[in-house]
Design a protein around this ligand. Structure first.
Ligand SMILES: Cc1cc2nc3c(=O)[nH]c(=O)nc-3n(C[C@H](O)[C@H](O)[C@H](O)COP(=O)(O)OP(=O)(O)OC[C@H]3O[C@@H](n4cnc5c(N)ncnc54)[C@H](O)[C@@H]3O)c2cc1C
Length: 495
């Protein structure tokens, strides 16, 4: 078979895999190099003493984006993986003992949540209608059109819709407040920003479209564990003949006259190709692979990293029956939590905590009678003066104090297995910029919510995918970035 061109993919996270599959199905020869021993990048798994922890993502949304990778290859995604939707999307706990379950069926929320009244439900529906309109405008130019800046949006969406369809002059929080009076519902809707690791007080209001996306397309778990998604995509790459090299770090890109000539691996191999796709984030790739000077990197300052996290994986020898699959233990003052993480850049004293208990959907993730608990408070990315081990340990203690106070009785004494990931671990494992977990922050003032462009401005055959480029972080968005980068490559190098 003769191939159109050869693409070299640097990194086998979801962004890189998506680009590899999209280019392969378009008739390119594709060679993928991943520094780690596994595919999937942050989509990872830790198996320890009978517990199976999803190390990275635990919420699967926008499945249709992943489905496209399979349909383009003439396959059916559901022959490769099964999805299960937990009954409760989010169970939200508050310091005043209120508890609100977010369900896909809004009317049912009135029946199950004693603290909500019919006015709250009407307001929530109005908010979701606003969210739907935002979503549909975003889908047109930013998602389907693969836009990288406001000019691209104008071209695909038109002047009138661009000016009126994105709630352009508000922040996400202001957009929520316009529709919702109930303070706890405001906290919940603001926290949809979790999916991109930013602050609702800084992010543009258009991010309010995320809520509609979840209600429309569902919130899913991958049967058998989230890592089965990476395994399914790995199987598809294998079937399509993507040439995958694990334990193969790219350490350098040779460049000449504004093009990349070849990549070099850690063990000295030279890898030739026509086009290069970096799933390594933009700043680390430019500084480590092409050795750009500081002055060049400064241009990327507005693409500040999103937050990082302190990730605790706990195996406990009892069940906490009050937990759903996905739980949020809210800060008593969420505004302060966001201010600490995104402005003051300090470890939050009373963070909002995301807690996953996957054995609610998949009992095999924990031994009989035990609970598998992943705890994730968002914290700042690695600062010039990094936090110390002592600082992180202190945060661990205050997180466990909060959870015990809010109902997880005796949590500490029930721990039988523990594993903690710090921002430094995330940076070392995946080379993410300053240990960020969702790529670039969405900030109205700094970058209007845009990430870096997918095509390099310096090298004509270098493209980027993943959380640091548009449309940004989170599993579905990085997967979309791979598809859209492949579209651009096909435009430049032949369909
Ligand atoms: C704790 C945690 C919880 C999360 N929760 C969710 C969630 O619930 N839902 C959700 O949608 N998202 C979630 N996310 C975010 C999501 O995991 C990421 O946005 C997404 O997986 C990132 O994919 P990526 O392809 O951009 O990057 P990565 O997954 O980081 O992939 C980059 C890959 O490139 C490799 N690489 C880098 N440099 C080189 C090199 N020079 N040579 C070779 N290989 C290289 C890395 O090893 C890595 O495998 C979470 C992330 C974390 C860490």
């Amino acid at each position: 078979m003769t191939y159109k061109k050869k693409a070299i993919i640097i990194g086998g996270g979801l962004g890189g895999i998506s680009a590899a599959l999209s280019l392969r199905t378009a008739g390119y020869a594709v060679e993928l190099h991943e520094k780690n021993a596994h595919l999937g990048g942050k989509l990872n798994v830790l198996r320890k003493e009978g517990f199976s922890f999803d190390l990275g993502p635990s919420i699967f949304t926008f499945p249709h984006i992943f489905e496209k990778l399979f349909t383009a290859a003439g396959k059916n995604m559901y022959d490769y993986l099964q999805l299960v939707e937990p009954d409760v999307h989010w169970r939200c706990f508050f310091e005043d003992d209120d508890r609100i379950d977010l369900l896909k069926d809004i009317d049912e929320m009135l029946d199950v949540n004693l603290s909500l009244n019919s006015k709250d439900i009407v307001q929530l529906k109005n908010f979701l209608e606003y969210s739907r309109q935002l979503y549909e405008n975003v889908e047109l130019g930013y998602f389907d059109g693969g836009a990288d800046n406001i000019l691209h949006i104008l071209q695909t969406t038109g002047l009138k819709k661009t000016l009126t369809g994105f709630d352009m002059f508000s922040t996400m929080h202001k957009g929520v407040k316009r529709y919702i009076d109930n303070e706890h519902l405001v906290y919940i809707l603001d926290f949809f920003i979790k999916y991109v690791g930013s602050s609702p007080y800084d992010a543009p209001a258009v991010l309010n479209m995320i809520a509609y996306g979840q209600f429309k397309f569902g919130l899913w778990y991958v049967r058998g564990g989230m890592y089965n998604l990476a395994a399914a995509l790995g199987k598809l790459m294998n079937e399509l003949g993507v040439d995958v090299h694990l334990n193969s770090e790219i350490t350098e890109l040779d460049t000449e006259m504004g093009s990349v000539l070849r990549a070099r691996t850690q063990d000295g191999q030279q890898v030739e190709g026509d086009v290069f796709v970096s799933n390594m984030e933009v700043v680390p790739a430019y500084s480590r692979l092409t050795g750009e000077p500081k002055k060049f990197l400064k241009k990327y300052q507005k693409f500040e990293p999103a937050c990082s996290g302190l990730v605790l994986h706990l195996g406990v020898d009892r069940k906490y029956e009050q937990l759903a699959h996905h739980n949020f233990f809210f800060s008593s003052n969420p505004e302060k939590h966001f201010d600490d993480v995104f402005h003051k850049k300090r470890l939050p004293q009373d963070p909002t905590i995301y807690l996953v208990a996957p054995s609610r959907t998949n009992p095999k993730t924990a031994p009989e009678g035990c609970d598998n608990i992943k705890i994730l408070p968002h914290i700042p990315y690695i600062q010039d003066k990094p936090f110390t081990q002592k600082d992180y340990r202190a945060l661990r203690e205050s997180v466990l104090d909060k959870l015990e106070r809010m109902g997880l009785d005796g949590l500490r004494k029930n721990i039988i297995v523990e594993d903690m990931w710090l921002p430094e671990d995330i940076r070392e494992h995946y080379y993410s910029h300053r240990g960020a977990i969702y790529g670039v922050v969405s900030d109205k003032k700094k970058n209007r919510g845009f990430k870096a462009p997918k095509k390099s401005k310096k090298y004509d055959n270098l493209f980027f995918v993943g959380g640091s480029v548009n449309p940004g972080g989170g599993m579905p968005m990085v997967t979309l970035s791979g598809q859209k980068a492949a579209d651009m490559i096909r435009r430049d190098y032949g369909r």
